[in-house]
Design a protein around this ligand. Structure first.
Ligand SMILES: *[C@@H]1O[C@H](CO)[C@@H](O)[C@H](O)[C@H]1NC(C)=O
Ligand SMILES: *[C@@H]1O[C@H](CO)[C@@H](O)[C@H](O)[C@H]1NC(C)=O
Length: 468
């Protein structure tokens, strides 16, 4: 009796809980197209079979809870994109999971790390006004403390302001945009002329110059990172959008000889002192350890050392000898800039071929490293069986033929592995960490039909735009 009551109770509890869950994250179907219009929605388009989608599920629930408790107007939903594929393709969903914020006729893609905080921040940023007003000096000071990179339009109504609004409504996926009157800015700030767009970062401020910097949108895109960054695989992938070359000090943070620290300080100083000369074309930073870079260039870079990557064509540049002085470093960077430095790598046919074998080898090696037994089983067992069969067949007249077959089969296997990996790895290597592979690949393939498919929604995805 007690058991029955208990199970009843837990049933009711579960029902209560699940209804609470539903309220936080709403399950969407094809009525969504009509019911969504008056609200801002953050939607996870998922596929039931996709592993990354499953990983996102608890995070998505937390996102729903957080936005609800903070009183955000954003409603959180999820849609099985395989069950409502027509709907999904109308929203331009090509990979899973795809996270989009839908605001009126605009759809914004989320491409950041899939953590609760990052997603909530994105939702808050993009759901708000594209350009936020800074009414006072106090507010300006406050925002300066909160943001490493701060874009502000200073001045009254103007064509530049209209342009700024347009750029903001597109690039709000990356960063915040503010506007202020001259009075709300500190007196010490000597702005050349108004109206103007200023970015505050790296302990200073830099103004947009249409003549020097080209379009406002490309300037914002290039200036939205701090001049010097700690770089990891994901940052590198994000930096790809800026079209800049990336100059990286590959160092060991725990290097006891301080050689790493010296190089890091040197590249940091060059990024600051030679901003005028290099900022338009280079992003600077350091990376801890050489694993990531090694797999990128399919080779081995020494630690510490400097490498410059061209993420658009997968080429890289290395100084001819160890970088001893600041002058040497500046010379190296200049030589990349004026095209006299030797470029390595690239995305040509032989490089792609090399990538196939490189990835196959590292896949096999990583299987053996993480689990030698499994490795033996996966690669050894088939070889063993095949050898035995060969032995059985050939045993009558020859001894060494089985060895030959063995070697052949090993190569065959490598190829198979390689093909499987090729599609994913090739594009992913320079573009992003493993997590992104699945999604990115599919997006790339489908980018061309993006325009036809989205009749009703203007796609606010700078990456897609740029590539079109
Ligand atoms: C980087 O790659 C792009 C795309 O291929 C190319 O246009 C550009 O010239 C390259 N930059 C350098 C310095 O090689
Ligand atoms: C390119 O820059 C390097 C380093 O500043 C310089 O030594 C070299 O002469 C330059 N080459 C050309 C073709 O301008």
């Amino acid at each position: 009796m007690a058991e029955v009551r208990l199970s009843l109770l837990s049933g009711v509890l579960a029902a209560l809980l699940s209804s609470a869950v539903l309220a936080l994250v709403e399950d969407l179907d094809d009525t969504f197209k009509d019911t969504r219009v008056n609200d801002i929605w953050l939607v996870d388009f998922y596929a039931p079979w996709c592993g990354y989608c499953k990983k996102l599920e608890p995070i998505w629930h937390d996102v729903g809870a957080e936005l609800k408790t903070s009183g955000s107007p954003v409603r959180v939903g999820k849609m099985d994109a395989t069950a409502y594929s027509g709907m999904a393709s109308e929203f331009g969903v090509h990979g899973y999971p795809t996270i989009k914020l839908l605001k009126g006729e605009l759809a914004y893609n989320y491409k950041g790390p899939r953590t609760k905080d990052d997603i909530v921040e994105f939702a808050n940023r993009v759901s708000g006004p594209a350009v936020r007003a800074l009414p006072s000096k106090q507010m300006f000071e406050h925002m300066m403390k909160r943001h490493d990179v701060l874009f502000i339009y200073v001045g009254g109504e103007s064509p530049l302001k209209e342009k700024y609004n347009d750029v903001a409504s597109e690039l709000i996926v990356y960063t915040y945009f503010f506007s202020a009157s001259e009075e709300a800015m500190p007196e010490s700030l000597a702005l050349p002329e108004l109206p103007t767009v200023v970015v505050f970062k790296d302990g200073g401020h830099f103004t947009y110059d249409e003549y020097e910097d080209g379009s406002l949108s490309s300037w914002v895109n290039k200036e939205r990172f701090q001049g010097y960054l700690q770089i990891d695989g994901f940052t590198l992938y994000e930096l790809g959008d800026t079209g800049k070359l990336v100059a990286i000090a590959v160092i060991d943070e725990k290097d006891p000889t301080e050689e790493s620290g010296r190089l890091k300080a040197m590249i940091q100083k060059v990024s600051k002192d030679h901003r005028e000369q290099f900022n338009r074309d280079f992003q600077f930073g350091h990376m801890d350890g050489n694993d990531y870079i090694n797999s990128l260039i399919m080779g081995e870079v020494s630690v510490p050392s400097v490498i410059i990557l061209n993420t658009s064509n997968e080429q890289y540049f290395m100084p001819t000898g160890p970088v001893q002085t600041e002058e040497h470093l500046v010379q190296f960077i200049s030589s990349v800039l004026n095209g006299s430095a030797q470029a390595y790598g690239g995305d040509g046919f032989t490089q792609r071929l090399k990538r196939v074998f490189f990835d196959a080898r590292s896949t096999i090696m990583s299987v053996f490293r993480s689990s030698p037994l499994l490795g033996c089983f996966l690669f050894g067992l088939p070889l063993g069986v095949i050898s035995l069969m060969c032995y059985g067949i050939c045993t009558a007249d020859t001894d060494d033929s089985s060895d030959d077959m063995d070697a052949l089969k090993r190569e065959g296997l490598t190829d198979e592995e390689a093909e499987e990996e090729e599609e994913r790895r090739r594009t992913a290597a320079l573009e992003g960490p493993e997590e992104e592979e699945e999604e990115e690949e599919e997006e790339e393939e489908d980018e061309e039909d993006e325009d036809e498919e989205e009749e009703d929604y203007e796609e606010k995805d700078p990456e897609v735009k740029k590539m079109d």
